[in-house]
Structure formats: structure tokens, C-alpha cells
Design a protein around this ligand. Structure first.
Ligand SMILES: Cc1cc2nc3c(=O)[nH]c(=O)nc-3n(C[C@H](O)[C@H](O)[C@H](O)COP(=O)(O)OP(=O)(O)OC[C@H]3O[C@@H](n4cnc5c(N)ncnc54)[C@H](O)[C@@H]3O)c2cc1C
Length: 222
């Protein structure tokens, strides 16, 4: 079933990422971590649906998204910064492989953080503790909602920065050696989301660490 959403607010989150708030259509339900396909209701773009993840809670009156723009793709996300209040999008779904399996290790790269925004906020609301967020980005300025992660008492946050040698955070690629330093408990859910290269590298590293495949909660195909 296709629904029409109307944009209520749009604001920057980082230099290339925006937070969008839409009215929530009646009867629309989803689980934290799930996504929908959004298509801009503009000439030439109505058939260009792309997947984006709800970052709001299922019982909130609004549907919220955090969307990173890729100007060089010249696609849907390049048009996000020019959207304004009252613009409409078509919305299909929900769907998505990542849902809440309880406290665990959340491995995210870039906009791959989005399914974990609503899951970790849900855990915060429920008083769940023991979550570890390991969040990889190219540079410090790419870290989405950095202050939020530091403010959640149940979450230990580790930021990894790959392309900025003078970062104050962990510098370099996230690999088996670094993961082994950061994670000692192997018997918990490991959530992975981000570009496919990141997902594959994390899956391989966790396998090498002896973590069982059935502990992995993965969104492939970003
Ligand atoms: C389940 C799921 C949930 C997601 N949730 C979110 C979310 O909440 N927030 C978010 O920000 N993202 C999310 N994503 C990723 C998001 O869907 C993509 O970033 C988005 O589809 C990109 O759309 P686009 O039209 O801008 O570019 P694309 O559709 O990727 O590309 C448009 C065109 O650009 C060209 N192109 C592709 N790659 C490159 C490149 N590297 N360099 C130059 N040109 C290129 C190709 O010709 C392509 O046809 C999610 C993805 C999935 C699978």
C-alpha cells in the first residue's frame, strides 16, 4: 500500500545529512530498525523510490528520517537538501532485516547508523543497558548524532575514523584486531549496517573471532 507523506520540517544533522520529519499516516506501523521506500512526488522522480529507515519510535506522532546526500550520484539523495515544508513523498513498506534482538554490539558505518537510532532509543526508553556502539566514519565531521550517543547511559560508544589521521577517536580501519580489543563477550547479538564492503568486512572479522553466524543481525544491500 502506497501512502503519501507531507514534510513538516527539515534540518541539517551534519554537513551532508538531514533530519526530516513527516506526519505519520493513520494505521502505519513498523518495528524500530525497519525501512520504507520513499519516492519524491516531483516531475521525473515519482518512479525513483529509495529505501530509508525510520528513526522515530513507532508510537510517535511523526515519521522521521535521517538521510545522507550523495551529490555525485545525481539521484534522490542529492535532492533532499532542497526539500521544504509541504513537499510530499510516496511511501511503501515497511520492510527490513534489522529489528531489535536485545542488547548487543552495533557496528555501523556512515548512514548505516539509521536503523540503530530507533533501536538504541527504544533501549534507552526501556532502561536496557549493555549496548556497545562501534561507529565508523571517514572523518570526525561525518559522525551522525555524535552528542546523542554520548548522552545515552546504557550505550558505550566508540567512534572509529578512517580518513583523518589527526582524529581524537580511534584511527584507521575497523578490523578483527580492533574488534577483538573492543569486544570481549562473543555471546550477544552483533548488528551490522552500512555500505556492503563494510558489512562484508565485519561479517568476516566476526567469523574469524569465532562468533556464530546466528548471532549476526545484518542488513545487506545498502
Ligand atoms: C534497507 C535500507 C535502508 C536505508 N536507510 C537509509 C537511511 O535511513 N538513511 C540514508 O541516508 N540512507 C539509507 N539507505 C541508503 C540509501 O537508500 C541510499 O543512499 C540511496 O538509495 C541513494 O540514492 P540516490 O538516488 O541518491 O543514489 P543511487 O541510487 O545510489 O545512485 C543514483 C545513480 O548514481 C550513480 N552512482 C551510484 N553510486 C555512485 C558513486 N559511488 N559515485 C558516483 N555515482 C554513483 C549510479 O549511476 C546510480 O544509478 C538505506 C538503504 C537500505 C538498503
Amino acid at each position: 500500500m502506497t501512502r503519501t507523506l507531507t514534510l513538516q520540517a527539515i534540518e541539517p544533522v551534519t554537513h551532508d545529512t538531514h533530519h526530516l520529519t513527516f506526519g505519520r499516516p493513520e494505521g502505519f506501523t513498523f518495528q524500530p530498525g525497519q525501512a520504507v521506500e520513499l519516492a519524491l512526488l516531483q516531475d521525473g522522480w515519482k518512479d525513483e523510490g529509495r529505501p530509508f529507515t525510520m528513526v522515530s519510535q513507532p508510537d510517535a506522532p511523526s515519521l522521521e528520517f535521517v538521510i545522507k546526500s550523495y551529490p555525485d550520484h545525481n539521484g534522490v539523495t542529492a535532492r533532499i537538501p532542497s526539500l521544504g515544508t509541504g513537499d510530499q513523498v510516496a511511501c511503501d513498506g515497511p520492510f527490513g532485516a534489522i529489528t531489535d534482538h536485545g542488547p548487543g554490539v552495533f557496528l555501523a558505518a556512515g548512514a548505516g547508523i539509521t536503523p540503530f537510532i530507533s533501536i538504541l532509543k527504544k533501549h534507552d526508553r526501556e532502561g536496557v543497558t549493555g549496548d556497545t556502539l562501534i561507529f565508523s566514519n571517514k572523518t570526525d565531521k561525518d559522525i551522525i548524532l555524535k552528542e546523542t550517543w554520548g548522552s545515552l547511559p546504557g550505550v558505550t560508544s566508540v567512534f572509529v575514523v578512517t580518513d583523518q589521521p589527526d582524529t581524537a577517536h580511534h584511527s584507521g580501519e575497523l578490523d578483527k584486531t580492533k574488534l577483538s580489543e573492543l569486544v570481549s563477550d562473543h555471546d550477544q547479538p552483533f548488528y551490522i549496517c552500512g555500505p556492503q564492503g563494510f558489512v562484508d568486512a565485519m561479517r568476516d572479522a566476526l567469523k574469524e573471532m569465532g562468533i556464530s553466524e546466528d548471532r549476526l543481525v545484518i542488513e545487506d544491500g545498502w
